[in-house]
Ligand binder design. Structure first.
Ligand SMILES: Cc1cc2nc3c(=O)[nH]c(=O)nc-3n(C[C@H](O)[C@H](O)[C@H](O)COP(=O)(O)OP(=O)(O)OC[C@H]3O[C@@H](n4cnc5c(N)ncnc54)[C@H](O)[C@@H]3O)c2cc1C
Length: 436
């Protein structure tokens, strides 16, 4: 590896923060629905409520797109329940409805991008849950059959046939979805709010929500909203807000890095001729994808637990070094290619490994906890919840994750020792990579 280490960014490598932040909320206003959080969930919900003629306002503590929505790896994928293996084991009975939800979410997100005309470099080439060893490939075959039996748009592919890099033997091709620039998607949704005339307030952290005679009162530092209902779209940050469903989410910090531009032909020489995004079948996945700017964005491996409140932070240098090591192990012919920058963000894990939606208190609704797969599921569930708040009967895909009561079990699997153990298992499994 050549040159100085990667630049550590406090926001995202995909886009810059907006030059035109919207005004903060000052004074008092009234509306039907106050949406807390301006990521994919909150922005998609606001757009749908607007379409339905319901007056909504968005209250965002930084700017719309500040959270995971502008930072993620950009795999538009129908993966749900952690990974396909977990779906086949922990959710055998419910799998058909979850597979249907996840596929519908991808088609919804792709349709939203098209309908709003958002240029987010979307490449609809699918994604592959890729095997590194013969054992993983056999398991991939079993899971692919199971998912296809549940109605999933998947097939088992060989590495060469799918144009995967040499390190990968093949895997489960998820045909729905592909890769995109998530920052551009978030920015496009933010612009769509303005075009649709949705009232949004940035630099407006909601501090308290209290019941009132006509619904709820939502308080920020310098303003107040009197709303009929509230929609919490705060994903990982839900842990830190006193009015969210307690213990609904366990935030984990996920690290990404991006290479310098790679000379044309070198990825193809490494076997990567296909366009599908790739994630590995490790317990804690690694992800790899090409970008429109001729780079590779990759990451995950060992996530970090929060110490204190989830504020702005730059990536942990040890975590960056670890993902870069992973990249060079998977792409030995690119060992001279340096990582140019790194960033990260908070994902929201849930004890069930499934997204959750429900009513946290009277008139306070939520849709959160996408377990690192919310690029499609966040806008979809935000939209379905908006439909419900607009008076429609709940959609089956919303009911599939609906919690009648906001009670959540502790999640010991996301403790630091458990994560470290999973990472160690992954490094042991790496010894079998390429064998058999
Ligand atoms: C590094 C990384 C990689 C990922 N890769 C993928 C991927 O490849 N594919 C995939 O499907 N998913 C991926 N994800 C997950 C995906 O990005 C998220 O599931 C999705 O963006 C969640 O959207 P959201 O709107 O629910 O949450 P967010 O985008 O996090 O938005 C929540 C918003 O709430 C605001 N907020 C919080 N508290 C308050 C408050 N008190 N008042 C007002 N506003 C508040 C925050 O500022 C934030 O903007 C990844 C996530 C990360 C971090």
């Amino acid at each position: 590896m050549s040159g100085a280490g990667p630049e550590h960014l406090a926001f995202s490598g995909w886009i810059d923060p907006p030059a035109d932040p919207l005004p903060a909320l000052e004074g008092e206003l009234a509306c039907d629905v106050a949406i807390v959080g301006g990521g994919y969930t909150g922005m998609a919900a606001a757009l749908r409520l607007r379409e339905r003629g319901v007056e909504a306002v968005v209250l965002e503590s930084a700017f719309c797109g500040w959270g995971a929505s502008s930072r993620n790896a950009g795999h538009l994928t129908p993966t749900i329940a952690g990974d396909p293996q977990l779906l086949a084991s922990a959710y055998r009975r419910r799998a058909p409805e979850l597979v249907r939800l996840a596929d519908a979410a991808v088609h919804f997100a792709a349709g939203l991008i098209e309908r709003l005309g958002i240029d987010c470099e979307y490449v609809p080439g699918g994604n592959v849950s890729a095997a590194l060893s013969a054992g993983q490939m056999r398991r991939a075959g079993r899971i692919a059959r199971f998912l296809a039996g549940c109605g999933g748009e998947v097939e088992l592919v060989e590495g060469r046939e799918a144009g995967l890099p040499h390190a990968f033997r093949g895997g489960i091709l998820e045909r729905a979805g592909g890769t995109l620039n998530p920052g551009r998607l978030a920015r496009g949704l933010r612009a769509a709010l303005g075009d649709a005339g949705v009232r949004a307030f940035e630099r407006t952290a909601v501090e308290a929500i209290a019941p009132s005679r006509s619904g709820v009162v939502v308080d920020a530092a310098r303003g107040r909203v009197r709303a009929g209902r509230v929609l919490l779209a705060t994903n990982a940050y839900t842990r830190d807000i006193p009015f969210g469903p307690p213990r609904a989410v366990a935030p984990l910090w996920v690290t990404l890095a991006e290479t310098a531009p790679i000379e044309p032909g070198r990825l193809e020489a490494a076997g990567w001729t296909g366009r599908a995004g790739i994630y590995t079948q490790h317990v804690i996945l690694e992800s790899y994808r090409r970008t429109a700017r001729g780079t590779v964005v990759f990451g995950s491996r060992l996530p970090r637990r929060p110490r204190g409140p989830l504020g702005a932070r730059t990536p942990d240098p040890a975590a960056v070094a670890d993902v870069v090591r992973g990249f060079h192990e998977r792409f030995p012919s690119l060992r001279d290619v340096a990582a140019r920058r790194a960033w990260g963000g908070w994902i929201a894990m849930t004890p069930s490994w499934l997204p959750v939606a429900g009513e946290a208190a009277a008139n306070v609704y939520y849709a959160v906890g996408y377990n690192g797969h919310g690029l499609a599921q966040a806008p979809y569930l935000g939209t379905l919840l908006a439909d419900r708040l607009a008076g429609e009967e709940a959609h089956d895909d919303l009911l599939a994750v609906w919690r009648p009561r906001p009670r959540f079990a502790p999640a010991p699997l996301f403790s630091a020792p458990a994560l470290r153990a999973a990472w160690t298992i992954d490094r042991i499994s790496d010894r079998f990579a390429g064998r058999g």
